[in-house]
Design a protein around this ligand. Sequence first.
Ligand code: PDD
Length: 279
Amino acid sequence: MWVYLNGEIIPADEAKISPLDRSFTFGDGVYEVIPSYNQELFLFEEHLQRFKISLAKTFIPAPSELDNLENILKKLHVKNEYHNQSFYIQITRGVQDSRSHMASENIVPTLFINSQKLDINPYRGNPNKEGLRVRLEDDIRWQRCDIKTTALIGNILSMHDPSLETVDEILLHKDGILNEGSKSNVFLVKQGKVYTPSLNQNILPGVTRNFIISLLKKNNIEVFEEEISIDSIYECEELWLTSSTKEIQPVAFIDDYKIPTKKTEQLIWTKALKFFNPY
Ligand code: PDD
């Protein structure tokens, strides 16, 4: 596997980052995940835009190579060969010799990129495949989930609790209102209408979420961006998750509750997945 680190494409096992990098000591960094299909980057400009916003919100200066990101990703794509890949691009505030909460003035951001094979969404070929299993949990994360930060322990903590069952995704709620998944946004269909939590809530403005909303609207399917109570998910007809690596995937089980099944042709998520065609 090949990676990019601070100006060079090198074999992954030759990449070295100091343990004094602030991402290691403070989780002080931001990242993006960009998919490619058939060797073409998908929604690159939208991801770059959000990356720049994450940098601005964390006061991490954008490294100059960011202007050349598309070319760097294309070169790495060729090196790593897979047809479809997901690129993980991380920028940290940089390496600091002595530990201090406040970064030193001359600190230089670290830019690291790796890519891996992106498996095709299994629901694309088989919409009847059983949906995902999710667990509902209190959202214990910080109040700035609009920033795509590498500090993700709030998202992954309960996945490592050995007393809990392994699930595909965790749905996070605050005071009875659904926010998002630990690694995805969420959509719900109730009485034939599509809902998704609004960006005023403590969620990541998902690039896939925004793209799907615009696709649905273009196809005359209205999307209501508003609060979803956790009670209403037990009355829903469909629940889907969206992300750059999942595209759109349906949920079948919320804890022990099974969402009643419907005929594939009646489902809105299967239509949305047809509109969403990056191939
Ligand atoms: N996760 N919400 C959270 C908390 C996420 O981590 C993600 C994506 C999303 C969906 O965002 P987008 O559609 O822009 O991918 C929502 C990625 C895939 C990850 O961290 O691996």
